[in-house]
Design a binder for this molecule. Structure first.
Ligand SMILES: *Cc1c(COP(=O)(O)O)cnc(C)c1O
Length: 401
């Protein structure tokens, strides 16, 4: 029995099966490489679902986290601390708009904060939230109410939020849905869990206009797309749209749990004393990690790296002209390889056996969301191996994985 199998048996007996049985048990990482408990190494093109922006064990994160743990790990929000103030200032500066930040521990919590902010600002006369089909906003009851995936949503209804779903990317449908009863529109600039599906050009601007016309707020969920993932600090900045609220999490802490709900303009003051809170949120260690992430992205030019290496990887995938590959979606280091058949699970397993972690985000789409430090040579090592990965995955059902 391998060390992995042994750990899987213990996992099955002690941990709820909400994630199914993970195929790999990881022990350590360095840069873009991780090692499992049996000593096998993998190039990590998942990065903990677009989280580990600086890869694993990055010296800047290690220094920031260990240094902060040695000074002050947690104080609650009864007291303030400088790293949290500095992180809020940095985020507002990167957004390039006036605003204020509420810190959270996760993406779902950032969206929960946004829901409460919207309720506070818009009142009960506007009960309706508009969200997109196939969207993903998190697993808590409020965020799940806005999530347009029936398989994860329907078993837990009702939610107590009135949500009107529209087809993603259809500006006309959005305009029709955003009426006087609508408090806010929640949108991802590119739908991550749906399979890295970018909004068509002009869609976010159309959403902004529809919200302005009806007096609704525009909430942009940048939990997955934000903090350099697309090659820009925030994906919505490419279209020059100014949202009312932006939510962040995944890449922000570089592996430490931290999220943010940023209210822009008057939305920065919609939640007042006593309206919301969280014991752990924005604690000194999480904020120190996030500041290290932002500083390192800036200092090492990682937005440019994400753009360049992402383009290189996408071009190389298209160049192999394999019959199973129909295209590449996305931007920066956030891509989906689309497949001609529902073979994503087999491709994921085949890649793993070749030493690459990728994610079968949809039955016919493979998500790549590697660390933003991924080098051209590392990207090339994957694309060079991809034809044989795909061929091994193309065996008849039952023989793969
Ligand atoms: C992952 C994700 C969330 C939920 O974040 P959690 O930290 O898992 O709660 C919300 N919105 C988007 C767009 C996401 O990708």
């Amino acid at each position: 029995m391998t060390a992995t199998q042994e750990l899987q048996d213990r996992y099955a007996a002690a941990v709820m099966m909400t994630y199914g049985m993970p195929p790999v048990a990881l022990a350590r990482g360095s840069g873009c490489v991780v090692w499992d408990v049996d000593g096998n190494s993998y190039l990590d093109l998942v990065a903990g679902i677009a989280v580990s922006a600086l890869g694993h064990a990055h010296p800047a994160i290690v220094a920031a986290v260990s240094g902060q743990a040695g000074r002050l790990a947690h104080i609650s929000n009864l007291y303030l601390h400088e790293p949290q103030v500095r992180l809020a200032e940095r985020l507002i500066g990167l957004l390039g708009a006036d605003g204020r930040v509420f810190f959270t521990n996760s993406g779902a919590e950032a969206n929960e904060a946004a829901i409460k902010l919207v309720r506070r600002r818009q009142g009960a006369a506007r009960p309706v939230f508009v969200a997109a089909e196939h969207s993903f906003h998190g697993r808590t009851m409020g965020a799940l109410a806005l999530t347009g995936k029936s398989s994860i949503r329907d078993p837990f209804a009702p939610f107590g939020l009135d949500v009107r779903f529209v087809p993603y990317g259809d500006a006309g449908a959005l305009r029709a849905a955003v009426r006087e009863d609508c408090a806010a529109v929640f949108l991802e600039p590119c739908q991550g869990e749906a399979g890295v599906v970018p909004a068509p050009d002009g869609y976010l601007s159309a959403a902004r206009a529809a919200c302005d016309g009806a007096g609704a707020l525009l909430v942009i969920d940048e939990v997955q797309s934000g903090i350099g993932r697309t090659g820009a600090w925030f994906a919505h900045q490419r279209e020059g749209v100014v949202p009312d609220v932006v939510t962040l999490a995944k890449g922000l802490g570089g592996g430490l749990p931290v999220g943010a709900c940023i209210g822009i303009g008057a939305c920065g003051s919609a939640l007042g004393k006593g309206d919301h809170g969280s014991t752990f949120a924005g604690n000194p260690i999480a904020c120190a990690a996030a500041l290290a992430v932002l500083d390192t992205i800036e200092r090492d030019g990682l937005l440019g790296n994400a753009t360049e290496v992402g383009e290189r990887m996408a071009a190389a995938v298209l160049a192999i002209e394999h019959p199973l590959v129909t295209g590449v979606r996305g931007s920066g280091l956030w891509r989906a390889i689309t497949l001609a058949a529902p073979a994503a699970a087999a491709v994921e397993a085949s890649a793993r056996h070749s030493g690459f972690l990728v994610n079968a985000v949809q039955p016919d789409a493979i998500r790549l969301a590697p660390p933003l430090i991924l080098s051209a040579a590392e990207a090339d090592s994957f694309t060079a191996e991809l034809p044989s990965i795909l061929s091994s995955a193309s065996v008849p059902a039952g023989q793969g994985a």
